[in-house]
Design a protein around this ligand. Structure first.
Ligand code: 4AD
Ligand code: MG
Length: 447
């Protein structure tokens, strides 16, 4: 009996007979030989059918097998450097092949170039392609590594609500939905405020789930629905926060490098920069970053680029600014102490400088920019109430949040990491929409 294997295990089966169940991704005919590139969910492997080894009728069928036909193949595994595949370097000699279904001949995602809109309209089929398969496998490992690190470092998972009574990250990106007799409810922008309640019972917590932002911007970094992990810690200041973040990110990167090498190679990702990710990450203040950016702006000669790089103290960074900044560092870089005016209402002011807050963003290298946003949270009740008014937030919806500043308030901090931003960086892909199985953007809710 041949062992039923997953293609990712193939190296362990050289010289043995195996069975693989999967789908025909590509077929090349060379007279008496047919090369099938078969994917089984765990990898892509070349299967070679030789006319002399097979029943004539079956060989005829194999020669005409359309792409995406489902098959069960049995035969011996051989190591061969030339064999394409993921991981590649192995092939299966076909001794037996069962056709589960011969696919229809008009497969929409046939092997040719497709425009982005066509691919997105066929996302349900596009995810079968090697590149998309590889990215989504990396994503699954990122998610597993996130939970692994947090679960083994004293954090407890607390699910926070999706339907919420008010904004957390600014009122301009809220999705609203009528909620019975209660007026409007909003899809969550962040579970942070609830996490702040949770830490006073559990110490260190995280929430991890889908997050919604009605982003009007059409950029390659924004989705309207994305997954965010948000750790929050009691008795933790801004420095403590940065230490946690760099350990956390390093763990994720190392696990992906360890377990998803074939996928990253198949994407053509140069991993040398990722291999350098280890604590400590450089830390610069917003003031220092602003000085660098002003210098870059002043030195820029090209008028078009100069317009893009326009900068003065007080502005939030655009993606050209983040790219310029991160290009100066090998590793991800922390920028802390942003102007209060460009950040959310809940951030602790910098001592003696109310125009600056104890916020920190983590910017990934190679042009990927912000992957984590976080801060020390405001601990003073009255100042927090003042901020809620300044930001035109409804104080009655925040009464419970203000309570947290009355009963055992402590310095506390947390951050949020966008899974798709992290995956885009690790995979080295151009657009965030490939980092989630079914992307939602301003122009897309299908399929
Ligand atoms: O910087 P943000 O808005 O921070 C918060 O929501 C905080 N409440 C988090 C916290 O402190 N608990 O978002 C955090 C991260 C960003 O750094 C980015 O990685 C991701 O979430 N993100 C998005 N990803 C994809 N599409 C969008 N529209 C995103 N907006 C934020
Ligand atoms: Mg942010």
């Amino acid at each position: 009996m041949a062992a039923l294997i997953r293609v990712e295990q193939i190296a362990d089966y050289v010289g043995q007979e195996v069975t693989v169940q999967g789908w025909v991704y590509n077929r090349t005919d060379k007279g008496k030989l047919v090369f099938l590139l078969v994917r089984d969910g765990y990898g892509f492997v070349q299967c070679v059918a030789f006319k002399g080894d097979l029943d004539e009728a079956l060989f005829e069928q194999i020669m005409r097998l359309p792409q995406e036909s489902s098959v069960i193949i049995t035969g011996p595994v051989r190591a061969d450097q030339r064999a394409p595949g993921i991981p590649g370097g192995y092939e299966i000699g076909v001794k037996d092949l069962k056709i589960v279904q011969a696919a229809e001949d008009d497969y929409p995602m046939a092997l040719k170039e497709h425009g982005p809109d066509f691919a997105l309209d066929h996302r349900h089929l596009w995810i079968r392609m090697p590149s998309q398969w590889a990215i989504l496998r990396v994503r699954a490992t990122v998610i597993s590594a996130i939970r692994e690190w947090l679960d083994t470092h004293g954090f407890i998972n607390m699910d926070t609500p999706i339907l919420t009574p008010a904004a957390c990250e600014g009122t301009t990106t809220l999705f609203e939905t009528p909620y019975f007799d209660e007026g409007m409810a909003y899809l969550t922008q962040s579970g942070q405020l609830y996490n702040e309640a949770n830490i006073f019972s559990f110490g260190k917590v995280y929430c991890f789930g889908p997050t919604f932002r009605a982003e009007k911007s059409k950029t390659r970094r924004h989705l309207t629905e994305f997954w965010m992990v948000e750790p929050e810690m009691a008795f933790c200041d801004l420095d403590g926060l940065m230490e946690i973040e760099e350990q956390f990110i390093t763990h994720i990167v190392q696990r992906v490098l360890r377990e998803r090498g074939p996928e990253l190679r198949s994407l053509g990702r140069d991993t040398s920069r990722l291999e350098k990710v280890a604590p400590p990450f450089p830390r610069i203040s917003y003031d220092e970053a602003a000085e660098i950016l002003l210098q870059i702006y002043n030195d820029e000669q090209d008028p078009e680029r100069k317009e893009l790089l326009k900068f003065e103290w007080g502005m939030d960074f655009g993606s050209p600014h983040e790219t310029e900044l991160t290009n100066r560092f090998e590793k991800p870089v922390f920028v802390y102490g942003y102007p209060t005016a460009v950040k959310a209402f809940y951030m602790e002011p910098w001592p003696g400088r109310p125009e600056v807050c104890k916020s920190v963003d983590l910017l990934a290298p190679e042009g990927y920019g912000e992957i984590c946003g976080g801060s020390e949270r405001m601990s003073d009740h009255n100042l927090l109430l003042e901020r809620i008014h300044q930001h035109n937030l409804p104080p009655e919806a925040f009464a419970w949040y203000l309570d947290l500043r009355k009963y055992g308030s402590v310095p506390h901090s947390g951050f949020g990491m966008g899974v798709e931003r992290c995956v885009s960086w690790l995979c080295g892909i151009e657009h965030i929409r490939e980092a989630i199985p079914y992307p939602r953007t301003i122009k897309r809710v299908y399929p």
